[in-house]
Design a protein around this ligand. Structure first.
Ligand code: SF4
Length: 476
């Protein structure tokens, strides 16, 4: 497996391979069903869940409405607390800033706490090109990195791997990256966790530079927040001398009090925990405690364009809990790699095409990677109406129109013409009923664009009598 998403085929092609892999499907089914059931129980414990959900939506909407003002306030607060703020318009600029900052320290190694923003920008590859090695320290990210794999889930990037596969990756690859796996390593979770702990500890104690993301940034105080379950993130945030945080601009909330809502909804939605085990918060630098140098890189990379879209902007409310992935019937079967992005599942299907545009095959296919069942909307703790955004993006893709979509448009135009003419419609219905025995059950393969659609669908059989004819006979 190639470690980057560059050059991925469109979703239907990539998904076909995943759907045909029984081990992958079993791993995914087991993991998503387990997390989904636990989440439902954790959420049911709170009588005010719907109020929290509404509050989360409102806080994020207000934050996004005045994002420019909050970002300037954030910059002021971070600077006043001894940090330095950098603005990155796109991935290349963010990578350049971080690479220069690391080079200025004279170091050639960095430790990273899981950061989706740096995966989005391809930072590890950019650092490697400059001779700097980045070590992932989140357990699941470590598995992905050692296996030269791609992440396939927001919260559990190695969800597609089972314990036996992880044991093999540790046995075969740990030695290439540092401390090797202990002899006779089994696939018991305790032994695997211990092997990772020893491997990573060596890196934490040696690293002088840490790179992180953040779940939230509080504008009024300049505080960054990382929420995690393992404690590896906290080691990354506190032990190095220099800390560089790369964060999407939409992670800003105006006040400290806003965290009250998200620190309740995020853990229950993501890991089904009442409270997440490690919440690390830091504000600039403090003498004698933690990193001496702190840099915040604020990443746009398409977010301002998403903000300008009335319907699409709601995806920027996302707090990356991954609940929508765990309930999605499409994700469960296709897996995360098929989405061709670090953001898979329902949120990826609406976020990626907004961040990257819809000109490539993979990005244009993503708004269609959904059954529109609405399960994602039901579980989203900030009430993002993902189906609404999917339909909105489909419209955008169709407007841009390739050959297949032009045919779809022509078919809809023909239907519109017929539905506007009651006499012609009645004649067509009579003809369809009279010839019903002759109609094929599938769209013939020679109809352009219909092949894949009709592979899994039967055409509806015309009724023996149209509703109009029945009405005339029985009601008039
Ligand atoms: S869209 Fe909603 S459910 Fe999905 S990851 Fe984001 S916050 Fe969670």
């Amino acid at each position: 497996m190639n470690g980057t998403f560059v050059g991925m085929p469109a979703f239907p092609d990539a998904a076909r391979e995943a759907v045909g892999d029984p081990v992958l499907r079993a791993n995914l089914r087991h993991a998503t069903h387990t997390i989904r059931a636990k989440r439902a129980r954790a959420v049911a414990e709170l009588a005010d869940w719907e109020e929290l959900r509404r509050a989360g939506k409102q806080i994020k909407d207000l934050a996004l409405r005045d994002l420019d003002r909050h970002l300037l306030r954030l910059e002021q607060a971070v600077t006043a607390a001894g940090g330095t703020v950098h603005w990155a318009e796109d991935a290349a600029e963010a990578n350049r800033i971080v690479t220069e900052l690391v080079k200025a320290t004279g170091e050639t190694e960095v430790v990273k706490v899981k950061s989706m923003a740096t995966q989005e920008t391809g930072l590890n590859e950019a650092l490697e090109a400059e001779g700097i090695r980045a070590y992932e320290t989140d357990l699941a990210e470590l598995i992905v990195q050692l296996g030269e794999d791609r992440p396939s889930h927001i919260l559990v990037p190695a969800i597609h791997r089972n314990r036996g596969e992880i044991r093999d990756i540790f046995r075969n690859r740990m030695g290439d990256w540092g401390r090797p796996a202990p002899d006779g390593l089994s696939d018991s979770p305790a032994e695997l966790a211990e092997a990772a702990r020893l491997h990573l500890r060596e890196k934490f104690l040696r690293a002088k530079v840490g790179i992180s993301g953040a779940n939230f940034m509080v504008a009024e105080t300049g505080t960054l927040v990382v929420v995690e379950s393992e404690g590896n993130g906290r080691m990354c945030l506190t032990l190095p001398e220099t800390l560089i945080s790369v964060v999407g601009i939409e992670k800003t909330v105006p006040t400290w009090q806003d965290l009250e809502v998200f620190l309740q909804t995020l853990p229950r939605s993501s890991t089904a925990e009442r409270m997440n085990p490690y919440t690390s918060m830091w504000t600039g630098t403090t003498d004698g405690d933690g990193p001496r140098d702190f840099h915040l890189v604020l990443l746009d990379n398409g977010r301002t364009a998403a903000l300008a879209d009335d319907i699409g902007r709601q995806v920027l409310r996302c707090i990356r809990c991954s609940a929508c992935l765990n309930v999605c019937p499409v994700y469960e079967r296709a897996g995360g790699h098929a989405y061709g992005s670090v953001y898979p599942g329902p949120i990826g299907a609406v976020l990626t095409p907004q961040l990257r545009g819809t000109t490539s095959g993979i990005d244009a296919s993503l708004p269609y990677a959904s059954s529109l069942c609405g399960a994602c909307y039901e579980v989203c703790p900030v009430a993002i109406d993902i189906p609404e955004v999917l339909v909105h993006l489909r419209e955008r893709v169709t407007e841009a129109g390739d050959k297949g979509q032009r045919l779809e448009k022509a078919a809809v135009r023909a239907a519109g013409w017929l539905l506007d003419r009651p006499t012609a419609l009645a004649a067509a219905e009579r003809l369809a009923s009279a010839t019903r025995g002759l109609h094929p059950r599938r769209v013939p393969g020679w109809v352009p664009g219909a092949g894949p659609w009709s592979e899994s669908r039967d055409l509806p059989e015309p009724p023996a009598e149209s509703f109009r004819a029945w009405w005339k006979k029985n009601r008039t």
